[in-house]
Design a protein around this ligand. Structure first.
Ligand code: N01
Length: 549
């Protein structure tokens, strides 16, 4: 339990807003809130800014949203000036962009690197948060913005024997900064989500032999990455602000894809195949899932899109048994994050690549010389865990968040996260969350969601100040109504059919709750705007009573 004394220590810092995280969310929060004249500071565990793009340096790491979309919109000069070399940004380019933004807007002076926030305590009487860092520093702030990321708590399964492995092992989300040379090595990759699918083709080219340990086959579509076409770039830039506004009116906060108008079941099989083929050739996941109105809500409609991709896999992978293992059958396409790849399925045609089905024959242990399933032993020099993250709640659960009234966030969320609009938590005043559970963030172009959330937070703090108030928290009823709505919307879709990180299925013991809001960014933003326009409906706003004397 953190120290509940509130006398500022000698190393205490006083802020208006303490920000947790120096990724895309934390950086924009500095810019936006500092622009209002607030004293802000962000705390970042990494030795550099960039969040996800600072940590995930595995071979092939690349965004699955097109660069012209996956970028900040808050400065037209910035979006006009920046030149993306490819259709989809790779990790070094995106990190370079983020560093450019940090320099251009002079954000670094308000970022404390190499500093992890370990606890956050709200003193109800004083109306102040006290955050404690892993270096023992205390930070006191009226408001706290949690921009700690959704996929920022890497998870290696608790495999028996991992400490005995004599080779080297890595996690995709904690990749060494100077890279890893797999040349001549026998490598094992565990996990075939987005990270595994991106790295496998590149590791296969280097390794002497690559064994891929697959528990669940995932759908992946061709990214069709390539150099940015100058004409396309200038057309996009000529119309940038309007394109950004148009993106706000879509469910994924991504513009440029024509809105579907009919059900997949209204089309003939020939029409459907032609439509899916066109999307397959175009590349990109949004485009494919947006081919018809009902691919994510009607199983029969979805089956047509799933089977089209399964057939593509069967066509690309020469060995029929391997192709069948790679063709996903246990979840509808799109209900797990749809992967984008460059040469993923073809990689299994290489003589130095083996697919191991660890669904039928699970990993029993890591040995000193490799990995053992129930039936077989694999000699390995290196193991890569592309096994994902404690998604959406992991980063906040790692911080001991509580109030002097006795509320503890980990306890409150023991049965699954509870938020109002994904932005605030009842019982935890003045703590804002950026793109967390209950928000559509992870189902959208993240940077658009980040900007929308932070703008809303900025508007909220401004409103409080204008009203000479300094405290806000959601009403319990508003929060439970929102959680109910988030669940009801999810239940009206096919998403809950998949064992995905959206429901915490990859973390043993994590309560199975559908965490993101899948009602669409457009509807969500309208709701947030309406709540603000009605004087922050569903929230309790007040002024801290300073004890007399
Ligand atoms: O993680 P994941 P990720 N034994 O959780 C397997 C974003 N992202 O890092 O499905 C064997 O998706 C697990 O198997 P199963 C994106 O949002 C984006 O790949 O649980 N296997 C699964 O195959 C993405 O969705 C980009 O049965 C085990 C894999 O490990 C999110 O990050 C790129 C296992 C984990 O897949 C996470 O992606 C990368 C075990 N005990 C990431 N435990 C782009 O922008 C887990 N697995 C393109």
């Amino acid at each position: 339990m953190p120290d509940v004394s509130h006398a500022p220590s000698s190393s205490s810092r006083e802020l208006d807003v303490a920000i947790v995280g120096g990724g895309l969310g934390g950086l924009y929060a500095i810019h936006r809130l500092r622009g209002m004249g607030l004293k802000v500071r962000a705390y970042e565990a990494g030795s550099g800014v960039g969040g996800t793009w600072f940590w995930n340096r595995y071979p092939g790491a690349r965004c699955d949203v097109e660069s012209l979309e996956y970028s900040y919109s808050f400065s037209d000069e910035l979006q006009q000036d920046w030149k993306w070399p490819e259709r989809y940004g790779n990790q070094p380019e995106i990190l370079q962009y983020i560093n450019h933004v940090a320099d251009r807007f002079d954000l670094r002076r308000d970022v404390e690197l190499n500093t992890r926030i370990v606890s956050a305590l709200f003193d109800s009487k004083a109306g102040l948060w006290t955050l404690r860092t892993d270096k023992g520093e205390e930070v006191r702030a009226r408001y706290c913005v949690m921009a700690a990321g959704n996929l920022s708590t890497p998870r290696v399964p608790d495999f028996k024997g991992i400490g005995d492995f004599k080779g080297k092992w890595y996690h995709s989300g904690l990749w060494p900064h100077d890279g890893v040379d797999f040349t001549g090595l026998r490598v094992g990759v565990v996990g075939t989500g987005s990270s595994g699918v991106q790295m496998i083709p590149l590791i296969a080219r280097q390794a002497k032999h690559l064994s891929v340990f697959q528990r669940t086959a995932n759908f992946s579509l061709p990214a069709r990455n390539g150099p940015m076409e100058p004409e396309r770039e200038s057309r996009h830039k000529a119309d940038y602000p309007a394109r950004r506004r148009a993106a706000y009116d879509t469910p994924f906060a991504i513009g440029g894809y024509p809105k579907p108008t009919k059900s997949a079941l209204e089309a003939t099989p020939e029409e459907r195949n032609a439509a899916y083929e066109a999307k397959w050739r175009e590349g990109g996941s949004i485009s494919y899932l947006y081919a018809y109105t009902d691919l994510l809500v009607n199983k029969e409609a979805n089956d047509t899109a799933s089977e089209f991709v399964r057939n593509k896999i069967r066509g690309m992978v020469k060995d029929p048994a391997t192709a069948e293992l790679l063709a996903p059958k246990d979840h509808p396409i799109g209900t797990k994050r749809l992967c984008l790849d460059t040469g993923y399925y073809e990689t299994y045609n290489r003589p130095n690549v083996t697919l191991v089905d660890v669904r039928s024959d699970p990993i029993a242990e890591i040995t000193s010389t490799g990995l053992r399933t129930g039936k077989q032993e694999y000699e390995l020099d290196a193991i890569v865990f592309a096994t994902g993250f404690d998604a959406m709640t992991g980063a906040l659960r790692e911080i001991d968040i509580r109030t002097s009234d006795g509320a503890v966030l980990a306890d409150k969320w023991a049965g699954g996260p509870l938020t109002y609009l994904g932005l605030m938590v009842a019982g935890f005043p003045n703590m804002f969350v950026v793109t967390g559970p209950g928000s559509p963030g992870v189902k959208t172009q993240m940077i658009a969601s980040i900007e929308q959330h932070v703008d809303w937070i900025a508007g909220c703090i401004d409103h409080l100040h204008r009203q000479q108030l300094d405290r806000i928290e959601p009403a319990e009823q508003a929060e439970s109504d929102w959680v109910h709505h988030v669940n009801a919307v999810a239940d009206s879709t096919l998403y809950p059919l998949a064992n995905s990180w959206y429901v915490g299925a990859n973390i043993p013991g994590k309560p199975r709750v559908f965490m993101p809001y899948v009602g669409g960014f457009d509807r969500y933003k309208q709701r947030c705007d309406a709540v603000a326009a009605k004087g922050y409906e569903g929230f309790a706003l007040s002024r801290t009573k300073v004890p007399a004397g």
